[in-house]
Design a protein around this ligand. Structure first.
Ligand code: BGC
Length: 764
């Protein structure tokens, strides 16, 4: 068979390009025509092959693993492969597809490039805290350059699942609880990955996931049931996916969960009515890992039934499960699916390959030279350090203990203090874990011979060894110390007694968040807390550096620790970036994008909640027959949008350009912002709106704008926002998207709680 098909196929493609009857066509239309030419040569089996996406086996997730991949590729039964690393390996596999399959159709090569490739940036929840769209786009751009230099042409990112549940391990992979911010970040990421021209060899196709609502599983348990009203879907959870479609994302991944009783991968309303018909998505839909097969366990029938259901719903590509490959022919014979549907699906995948330029040069992304020059470079690592330092959130700084000075003796204590492998956080599959910068490395690099750094582990990440064994998979060891906890604490106190200041590196390890890493207890492990108590008793200043992939419940820490610096998992340059902040070389400016609860019982707790018919009056803690708890106030520990700086900012009164508006008028909102402290710094100024009376109940506030403003010490600046009726629109009871006249509260502040307010009346 070698190459004969390829020749025939090149002629057909060439004919389609030069066919004078085609006339004036767009690039997109030309790709469709070319794909149709190829389709005309394909057998049913080859068409089905395009819909098949096996895992390559460098590593796998989930249950199924594909075998005999090369044989399948030769037989035309594979459309793409994922999670195979290095340009050389990918080139070899592409060669099999191009030279040894009948038609020589090149493969897509996908990977979970979630927050960087080898240069790892902060986890998405961390990087979202920077509120810096330029930096976020840059992180995706660098990820695309590195991944494409190493053979990858498709990333399973961005993940834009809104989540209000810190128990859910994958809260770390998203952008927090806010749909507006999530939508802005989705756009920035897609721009970074795809650029303006997907066919360039340093841009890659993005895949927004997990469509839809994956971030709202019941009880925060991964893969659990999702049940939600349509209003909530459209007004709150759908926005970031929709923004991704508007930004031209090339592919969409289905979610595992069910929606209104039908899992996403078989849900026609979701995949066809919403995604294609309402939003106009023109790329292809891939399932999540074995998501079609999982519909058997969801209770919807055998593999043939659920595979036909997925195709009928509007799914084009089957990740790992091979239900499409093995059952659709039978379903076709039985009239359960049509050949047209199979062709439509194959066409969209072929078009994606045209967009990526794979038919012009299947080896476009696999030149071995680029990988050596463009991956994990000092320049990329420098930018990763900058982005990391912009993502670290100062939660508390009593007595301005931070920044500390590079002098004297600094005791570095804690289970995350000297652990390089955990710095990159979850879903960092291409990362070079051992080459990450630990906090211990970072402190030493920063002080040189100006100060002495002394170290003790002090505690394990979790006292329970069984739990710890569950969270140290994926090559990120926690280096358990099996001596009794009291011995570890004693040892730490011995070290700490010689110090001027103690830096306590506490929290969770990288895989305590991420897929299938849900937790019901989101507090610090009890032995870590005992260690903190012992360190506090020394009377020395203790700076707690927190490593976490979720908003933890830190009530005790907030009450007892003078300083809490939340480093998240800041990526390959974590240690240097944290040191930059600790020593004041960088003034922290990040703000949390997910509410930190007082305790897990408050979950889900989020700033943009509804008012209820029995709201608690502002400033009150408890009232009988009001919506509150007996044992804890409704307040979060740290509200959405919160984060401190080494300087302080003062907001003047809100100035409204107009308080009575009509129709398409624009509202100017401004506030005087002053840096009242001693340091230069940046403030994330946030704009919120409340629709006071509407035809359906509306949130008490919704983010509608933000600006990150740098101000020198003592400097003031007028910050202005412009609001239009677009910002007032929402999906009403009938799911029509429009604004309703009436009163609106306008709020501006440095977090979602502390705001200056004004009110306007806006008529049609
Ligand atoms: C995850 C996806 C991921 C896929 C491929 C699944 O288990 O849910 O987010 O893209 O695996 O690795």
């Amino acid at each position: 068979m070698k190459n004969t098909g390829l020749i025939l196929f090149s002629i057909v493609i060439a004919m389609s390009v030069y066919n004078p009857s085609i006339g004036q066509t767009t690039t997109e239309e030309r790709f469709v025509q070319k794909a149709d030419s190829i389709l005309s040569l394909m057998t049913l089996e080859e068409k089905l092959g395009q819909l098949n996406l096996p895992a390559a086996g460098d590593f796998t997730t989930g249950q199924a693993a594909s075998s005999n991949i090369a044989e399948k590729i030769k037989a035309g039964k594979v459309g793409g492969l994922f999670n195979i690393k290095t340009a050389e390996k990918i080139r070899d596999v592409q060669k099999v597809a191009v030279e040894e399959s009948r038609l020589g159709i090149p493969l897509l090569f996908g990977m979970d490039v979630i927050h960087g490739y080898e240069t790892v940036f902060p986890i998405p929840l961390g990087i979202s805290s920077s509120w810096d769209m330029k930096l976020i786009e840059k992180s995706a751009r660098i990820a695309a350059i590195e991944a494409s230099a190493d053979g990858i042409n498709w990333t399973f990112s961005p993940m834009t699942d809104v989540s209000r549940d810190p128990r859910w391990g994958r809260v770390s992979e998203g952008n927090g609880e806010d749909p507006y911010l999530g939508a802005r970040i989705a756009k920035a990421m897609i721009k970074g990955y795809q650029g303006d021209d997907l066919s360039l060899n340093n841009t890659i196709m993005a895949c927004v996931k997990h469509f839809a609502l994956y971030g709202a599983p019941e009880a925060g348990r991964d893969y659990h049931t999702v049940d939600m009203s349509r209003q909530k879907m459209f007004n709150e959870y759908f926005l970031p996916y929709k923004a991704a479609v508007e930004a031209g994302v090339g592919s969409v991944m289905t979610s595992f969960n069910d929606i209104d009783g039908i899992p996403a991968s078989g849900n026609k309303w979701l995949m066809t009515e919403v995604l294609r018909n309402q939003w106009g998505f023109d790329g292809f839909v891939v399932t999540d890992y074995t998501a079609i097969n999982e519909m058997i366990d969801h209770g919807l029938g055998d593999l043939q039934t659920v595979s036909a259901m997925a195709l009928n719903a509007g799914v084009e590509m089957d990740m790992v499960g091979e239900g499409f490959l093995t059952t659709l022919e039978k379903s076709l014979k039985e009239g359960k699916v049509t050949e047209k549907q199979i062709e439509n699906a194959a066409r969209l995948i072929l078009v994606a390959k045209f967009k990526l330029g794979l038919f012009d040069d299947p080896y476009r992304y696999t030149g071995a030279e680029r990988a050596k020059k463009e991956v994990f470079t000092p320049e990329n690592r420098k930018i990763a350090r900058e982005i990391a330092s912009q993502s670290i959130v100062l939660l508390k700084n009593e007595g301005s203990i931070l920044p500390i000075q590079k002098k004297g003796t600094i005791a570095l204590i804690g289970p995350l203090a000297d652990n390089r492998e955990n710095m990159t956080g979850t879903w960092s599959v291409a990362g070079k874990f051992e080459e990450s910068v630990s906090l211990h490395d970072g402190l030493k690099n920063a002080v040189g011979d100006r100060a002495k750094i002394i170290y003790a582990k002090g505690a394990n990440v979790v006292a329970d060894s069984l739990l710890e064994s569950r969270v140290s998979i994926f090559g990120k060891p926690t280096y358990r110390d099996n001596r009794p906890a009291s011995v570890l604490i004693e040892e730490a106190l011995e070290v700490a007694k010689n110090a001027d200041v103690i830096v306590a590196a506490m929290g969770e390890s990288a895989e305590m968040t991420g897929e299938a890493s849900s937790m019901t207890n989101i507090e610090l492990d009890e032995k870590q807390r005992e260690l903190l108590k012992a360190l506090l008793e020394t009377g020395k200043p203790v700076v707690m550096v927190l490593f976490t992939g979720r908003p933890m419940a830190l009530k005790w820490e907030d009450e007892n620790m003078p300083v809490i610096l939340n480093a998240w998992f800041a990526g390959s340059e974590a240690g240097d970036a944290i040191a930059d902040v600790l020593f004041g070389d960088v003034n922290p400016s990040a703000k949390i994008t997910a509410t930190f609860p007082q305790n897990v019982g408050q979950v889900p707790i989020y700033y943009n909640h509804k008012n209820t018919g029995r709201p608690l009056p502002e400033g009150e803690w408890f009232q009988k027959f009001r919506s509150n708890y007996l044992d804890v106030s409704n307040d979060p520990l740290y509200p959405f949008g919160y984060g401190l700086s080494y300087t302080t900012f003062e907001y003047g009164d809100l100035k409204l350009g107009n308080t009575d508006l009509k129709g398409d008028q624009k509202l100017q909102v401004s506030v005087n912002l002053k840096n009242t402290g001693k340091y230069d710094g940046s403030e994330v100024v946030q704009l919120y709106i409340r629709d006071l009376v509407a035809s359906i109940t509306r949130p008490v506030k919704e983010l509608k704008g933000f600006q990150k403003v740098p101000l020198k010490a003592g400097e003031s600046k007028i910050i202005t926002f412009e609001i239009s009726t677009e910002d007032l629109k929402f999906y009403n009871y009938d799911l029509d998207f429009d604004w309703e006249p009436g009163e609106f509260e306008i709020m501006v502040g440095g977090n979602s709680r502390d705001v200056v307010k004004g009110k306007v009346n806006w008529v049609k």
